[in-house]
Design a protein around this ligand. Structure first.
Ligand code: SF4
Length: 192
């Protein structure tokens, strides 16, 4: 199974907390005015890449968590679900996913909902340049949201992910929370 892939970038720090391997796919039909990546809109852009190849690239980097971005991964939900399953079954990496769809729209689509089931945080909603806010963390405009994917799935509604970057006691998706090394350091720090 393949993903129409634009690029993979290691050690990104802008697509979620900590270091992340960002997987950028091709294809987006939202056509948000002011989109910074219109070159990714073409569904035939990039090149078809086997998900095993992408997975191997991801696991080669032990330190980093994972972000799916684009384009919009929710236009390739089946292949991204398979990739996410491999990551979640075999590693403790968190997965963030950027999409122009809202979580409410995704919950009405059974195929996209499958992908939601394997990710931790969804950064949802189309980019609205009239609501652009450069001070927002990990988002471009104030209509977009950090969504707790698992809680939203359970409750069948949008549950906001309460991200607190400086709270070392926060259990999920904290900076480097998948790095065993840093987890150990955090434990030592909290015990101290
Ligand atoms: S959803 Fe993202 S990639 Fe797609 S048009 Fe909007 S800003 Fe661009």
């Amino acid at each position: 199974m393949t993903i129409q892939l634009m690029d993979i970038i290691d050690y990104t720090t802008s697509d979620g907390p900590g270091f992340r391997t960002s997987v950028y796919c091709a294809g987006c039909n939202h056509k948000c005015k002011g989109c910074q990546n219109p070159h990714t809109w073409n569904f035939n852009g990039g090149k078809p890449t086997d998900i095993k190849e992408i997975y191997n690239r991801i696991i080669a980097n032990e330190m980093s968590d994972v972000t799916f971005s684009g384009g919009d991964p929710m236009y390739q939900p089946i292949a991204f679900t398979e990739l996410a399953k491999m990551i979640k079954t075999n590693t403790d990496k968190t997965i963030w996913c950027y999409t122009g769809f809202t979580v409410e729209e995704i919950l009405r689509n059974p195929v996209q909902t499958q992908l939601l089931g394997w990710i931790d945080v969804l950064v949802d909603g189309r980019y609205d340049e009239t609501l652009r806010d450069p001070d927002l963390l990990f988002m471009g405009s104030s209509n977009q949201r950090l969504i707790d994917a698992q809680a939203s799935l359970r409750e069948r509604r949008a549950v906001i992910y309460d991200y607190e970057p400086y709270n070392l006691r926060q259990p999920a998706c904290v900076i480097h929370d998948n790095s065993k090394i840093l987890k150990e350091r955090n434990k030592e720090f909290l015990a101290w």
